[in-house]
Ligand binder design. Structure first.
Ligand code: B12
Ligand SMILES: [Zn+2]
Length: 257
């Protein structure tokens, strides 16, 4: 689940069960100590605002109404939301909801595609607002390669993940896309990244990811990045083991080791 502080509008991150992307509202530790009574009117008002952003962005997406999305992003940032939190804490659960609606047949494939295209535009809006406040890249931050599992056409996740890594000053990952494994090996040897992050949406993509992990395992010791695999297949528990790789269900664990 995705936890938000409904008072200061700071996204608190994910809590188990990770495969459930619904939103839960509460107070963060700081706000809790400052506002012991969660029913006082301004606490309630803040929480309603957060819910309104969530529902309005959903409605805007269904109408493919980009100007409304633009206004919502502006209002949310003015109300103290971190731009990248809008992607993780609002857009991702909306995509999850759309996926469930598609699976249960409540919306058509065309409607799902339309919402996906709308989501791309929202990511662009957030990217632009992050660029305005961008600070210089810190020296010495770890270098990550970020790629989709072979055959994975879910591209929104790695875009959102790249922005999140950047917003946390963990690193600006290099997004790579090598269809040829030998080329990937050459690139890894040359650039010597600390970690290779792979996004896997479907369990059917496991063989491709295992092949990359095996390839990296054969590289000379000094040129062997850590392999970290995440994505829907991992988060949902459909894949629980990839030889030679660490599986990460919670992105907050990135950058802590
Ligand atoms: C949009 C979408 C699509 C779009 C993608 C467009 C695009 N440009 O990205 C399209 C239409 C192309 C698509 C296609 C398919 N999709 Co689709 N799709 C989705 C949907 C609705 C949203 C995905 C998304 O972007 N989520 C938002 C991101 C931010 O969430 P995320 O991917 O989980 O990523 C987060 C974390 O997992 C993590 N993370 C991601 N990668 C990594 C990597 C590392 C290293 C780490 C640490 C973390 C990490 O960080 C992210 C932020 O928290 C999901 C629904 C869902 N529940 O996710 C279905 C979903 C993933 N798709 C599904 C399916 C079945 C398919 C298709 C097979 C459909 C078909 N019959 O053609 C194809 C397969 C395509 C392929 N070969 O990969 C199923 C998978 C079910 C299953 N059991 O495997 C889902 C769950 C829908 C559902 N409810 O059934 N899809
Ligand atoms: Zn708070």
């Amino acid at each position: 689940m995705l936890k938000w502080c409904s008072y200061c509008q700071q996204f608190q991150g994910e809590t188990p069960p990770f495969e459930d992307l619904s939103v839960t509202y509460g107070l963060c530790r700081r706000c809790e100590s400052e506002h012991p009574d969660i029913f006082i009117s301004d606490v309630v008002e803040h929480s309603e605002f957060l819910r309104r952003v969530y529902h309005s962005l959903y409605e805007a997406g269904r109408r493919n109404d980009l100007p409304s999305a633009q206004q919502l992003v502006k209002d949310a940032i003015a109300a103290n939301f971190k731009p990248v939190d809008i992607l993780l804490g609002i857009l991702s659960p909306l995509l999850y909801k759309i996926g469930e609606q598609w699976r249960s047949g409540t919306i058509t494939v065309a409607e799902e595609h339309e919402f996906t295209a709308f989501s791309e535009r929202v990511i662009e809006l957030i990217e632009a607002s992050m660029q305005q406040g961008r600070t210089r890249r810190r020296a010495g931050v770890p270098r990550y390669f970020l790629m989709n599992a072979p055959g994975n056409t879910h591209t929104l996740a790695i875009r959102i993940l790249a922005l999140w890594l950047e917003s946390r000053s963990i690193c600006t990952p290099t997004v790579v896309n090598h269809l040829d494994l030998q080329e990937l090996a050459q690139h890894v040897i040359k650039a010597a990244p600390n970690a290779l992050l792979i996004s896997m949406a479907l369990p059917q993509q496991l063989n491709g990811v295992a092949a990359i992990s095996a390839l990296v395992g054969e590289l000379p010791a000094g040129a062997r990045p850590k392999i970290i695999v995440g994505g829907y297949a991992i988060k949902s528990g459909l894949v629980r083991f990839v030889p030679g790789a660490d599986l990460v269900t919670d992105i907050n664990l990135l950058g802590t080791s």
